[in-house]
Design a protein around this ligand. Structure first.
Ligand code: X6L
Ligand code: MG
Ligand code: MG
Length: 182
């Protein structure tokens, strides 16, 4: 006889968060709270928060960007669904391509998975060029210069010291945590 049992394997995922509309820090914190309330997601750690010049479409306000490390039992596509639902609940409108947004939640890495589907590419195909992703990622991922993460270590070296990114806050989540909260 066979029995169905729940697959409780935990996966490690990294997501990039960005906001450049309204109370940007509050949108980041609300997104982290909502993700953490999902039964299949644990927010393990958060990077510092950086203020970053817009890239792509430059005639818009500065972003706040950060990266969070998650433990999750969800599959990559189920996690993507949750990220998109969270964006929608926080008022994300998909209007101007690369335009201003209350919140942007991008799945960057999921274990060491490489995935190419219509909906989802992993690792995130453009993360290696973006200081606003790589700099906060380095806060929460240990990026070894050897082994499979070598490409990330090289990418990080390329963007280190680049302009257009500055520390905004040491910690926004959980509230009251971190050296910035006195
Ligand atoms: C040439 C053409 C060079 C396009 C760059 C880069 C396009 C990034 C889109 C690009 C190009 C993007 C954020 C942002 C956006 C963000 C900051 C994107 C999508 N999202 N700028 N621009 N932070 N600082 O989260 O990432 S739009
Ligand atoms: Mg993005
Ligand atoms: Mg996005």
């Amino acid at each position: 006889m066979t029995m169905k049992v729940a697959d409780t394997t935990l996966h490690r995922a990294f997501i990039g968060l960005g906001s450049n509309m309204g109370d940007r820090g509050a949108y980041l914190a609300q997104a982290l709270r909502q993700l953490g309330e999902h039964p299949g997601i644990c927010v393990e750690s958060c990077s510092r928060v950086y203020e970053t010049d817009p890239v792509g479409f430059v005639e818009q306000g500065a972003f706040l960007n950060m990266v969070a490390r998650l433990a999750t039992g969800l599959s990559p596509l189920a996690l993507l669904d949750v990220l998109q639902e969270t964006e929608a609940r926080l008022g994300r409108k998909r209007e101007i391509r690369w335009g201003p947004r209350t919140i942007d939640l991008d799945l960057l890495l999921y274990d060491k998975l490489q995935l190419e589907t219509e909906r989802l590419l992993l690792p995130h195909p453009r993360m290696g060029e973006r200081a606003f992703v790589l700099v906060p990622l380095a806060d929460v991922a240990d990026i070894s210069p050897e082994g499979p993460e070598a490409w990330l270590a090289h990418a990080l070296e390329e963007v280190e010291g680049k302009e257009g990114i500055s520390l905004w806050k040491n910690s926004i989540w959980p509230p009251g945590s971190g050296p910035s909260a006195n």
